[in-house]
Ligand binder design. Structure first.
Ligand code: FAD
Ligand code: N01
Length: 528
């Protein structure tokens, strides 16, 4: 007997839907969430300008037609308050909160080999036993907080975009430094530049950004989408990245220059992450990739008046889209403002944080506030922070040289522990809502199958895991993606093994494989 059938860790979009699905098949579940409400990413990342980079009509749940029809997104790319409101609405609508323990962090999981059960220990010392554990802990939920010398001596305010104060921060009229120029940094910089007295941006690597062309939706536009929502969603699921971009299948290397130019211009005009999907070789062929990159760099030069600053903002050290591209609304233009300064820390390294500011090279930049937009220990960070033990093995030790999973769903040696959007699945390379819904459905079906068969244990075989890890590596190596020092590679975390973690073959291909595995009675898994 266990306290509950399933423990779910995390009440972001994944954990919430997982709870709802398990209830539907009559399986009891308790969700344990470190925050004091639902929403995950959109609960924690409340920094100015935070919004999604995949259009909300795609980046939203598809599992309930009434929910889909009753919710009206205000803009093409909803901002964080609206994305959090949506999560809260879903929690209310499906009465989720009564099965969620908030303000509680899972510290330890221990598997009982004889009983086929997990014991979950939380930071309040409580323990809960369950047959299964589902880690819906998020790919981008463990903040990276690099240490800079002298941080503790700084007399001003310090904030992380990844855990922004709920009450907000008034930056009006202040001298502000931002460290980090990934998506979070770009959005923050763009949002605060008009209000602050001075803004100093510390850039280690510039980002490629494509325009959002964000706009409010009209009732007519939303009605048109909703009229055909099931087909719209189906179209998304049948793409590589989980949202329809009318991706091209031809090769840039074989296309005439005017066709390439036309495609770039049209996609740039449309805006969003579909920009580089016009040709199938954009992420495979270095010369094709550089044509895309050069187009984006030319746009930076058009936007930024000072040629030296434009060059500093132009990425040249990695292929475009081998790091997640940013979607911007006036980011580059910020550098035309007199109150904004860009520091390339490759030229002027941050030597230390002082009482009054940041010493970079030989110059002390005096500031009142430092904002760290330094990213996450992505994909494995949240799981590594939990002591997950089965027999004499710790998951974080097994994964010390890179995560090993079968389908990004389970790992050998850790039976009955499922991961939602785990490493080795398309996850962060896709519209995450599509990948989340797919995994939640798959895991729910698997648990339903085990229960129906009177079985109590599921674990991948060593052979299946080894083959899948090779497949993930092979697919990754077919592309230019492993060339970047990206968080996909773990390269942003000192000491983390450099391994390309997500499955790059696409959500469509992945679903075909994982559907096939389930259809034949869970090929590659031992069920006992
Ligand atoms: P999360 O939302 O990260 O939720 C995980 C939850 O687990 C968190 O609430 C956390 O507190 C909890 N948790 C973790 N460990 C523990 C523990 N040990 N004990 C208890 N609780 C724990 N993806 C897109 O596809 N499109 C976008 O536009 C997009 N925008 C993003 C913007 C930002 C700023 C960030 C950071 C990410 C973005 N992502 C986007 C990725 C985003 O993380 C996913 O889309 C999605 O929200 C993930 O949902 P999740 O439930 O899997 O994880
Ligand atoms: O994190 P990042 P993020 N000294 O890792 C720099 C999603 N997201 O939070 O590139 C100095 O991308 C680091 O430099 P470098 C999206 O999937 C989406 O911005 O490692 N600098 C980089 O510039 C995204 O990809 C949205 O050289 C240091 C920055 O900090 C993912 O989340 C919005 C440093 C970190 O950038 C992560 O984005 C936000 C150091 N010690 C996030 N350490 C949308 O728009 C790190 N940096 C939807």
């Amino acid at each position: 007997m266990t306290d509950v059938d399933v423990v779910i860790i995390g009440a972001g979009y994944a954990g919430m839907y997982q709870l709802h699905k398990l209830r539907k098949i009559g399986v009891s579940a308790r969700v344990i969430e470190a925050g004091d409400d639902v929403g995950g990413t959109w609960y924690w990342n409340r920094y100015p300008g935070a919004r999604c980079d995949i259009e909300s009509i795609h980046y939203s749940y598809s599992f309930d037609e009434d929910l889909e029809q009753e919710w009206n997104w205000s803009e093409r790319y909803a901002a964080q308050p609206e994305l959090l409101k949506y999560a809260k609405h879903v929690a209310d609508r499906f009465d989720l909160r009564k099965d969620i323990s908030f303000n509680t962090r899972v510290e330890k999981l221990e598997f009982d080999e004889d009983a086929d059960t997990w014991t979950t220990t939380t930071d309040d010392g409580a323990q809960l036993t369950s047959r299964y554990v589902i880690a819906a802990t998020g790919c981008l939920s463990a903040p990276s907080r690099p240490k800079f010398e002298g941080m503790e001596d700084f007399a001003g305010e310090q904030y992380y975009t990844s855990s922004w104060p709920h009450e907000g921060v008034d930056l009006t009229g202040k001298r502000v430094a931002v460290i980090g120029t990934g998506s979070s940094g770009l959005q923050t910089i763009t949002a605060i530049a008009p209000d602050v007295l001075e803004l100093t941006v510390f850039q280690r690597t510039p980002s490629f950004a494509v325009p959002a062309h964000n706009h409010p939706w009209t009732e007519e536009q939303l009605a048109e989408i909703k009229a055909d929502y099931p087909a719209f969603r189906e179209r998304d699921r049948n793409t590589r990245i989980g949202f329809f971009t009318n991706a091209g299948t031809g090769l840039m290397s074989e296309a005439p220059p005017e066709e390439i130019q036309r495609d770039f211009d049209e996609r740039w005009q449309k805006g969003g992450l579909g920009f580089n999907s016009g040709f199938a070789d954009a992420l495979i062929d270095a010369r094709s990739n550089d044509q895309v990159a050069e187009y984006v760099r030319s746009k930076i030069r058009e936007k930024v008046k000072d040629p030296e600053t434009a060059e500093k903002l132009s990425p040249r050290t990695y292929p475009i889209a081998s790091k997640r591209m940013c979607v911007d609304t006036g980011y580059f233009e910020v550098y035309n403002q007199d109150n904004v300064t860009l520091i390339d820390i490759n030229e002027q390294p941050i030597r230390q944080i002082t009482k009054d500011g940041i010493l970079a090279g030989d110059t002390e930049h005096k500031v009142d506030v430092i904002i760290f937009a330094t990213g996450f220990d992505a994909m494995t960070g949240a799981l590594d922070r939990i002591e997950i033990r089965a027999g004499d093995q710790l998951l974080r030790e097994k994964w010390a040289h890179g995560p090993r999973t079968y389908l990004g769903l389970m790992s050998v040696g850790f039976p009955n522990l499922y991961m939602i959007t785990g490493p080795g699945s398309p996850s962060v390379l896709s519209n995450m809502l599509v990948s989340i819904e797919y995994h939640v459905n798959w895991v729910t079906d698997a648990i339903g199958y085990l229960n129906a068969q009177g079985k109590t244990r599921m674990e991948p075989t060593q052979e299946a895991e080894d083959n899948w890890v090779s497949t993930v590596n092979d697919f990754g190596n077919m592309t230019l993606m492993p060339q970047a020092n990206s968080w996909y590679m773990g390269a942003n975390i000192p000491g983390k093994e450099r391994v390309f973690m997500p499955f790059v073959g696409g959500v469509d291909t992945y679903a075909q494989v994982a559907n096939g595995v389930a259809t034949v009675g869970y090929h590659g898994f031992d069920l006992t």
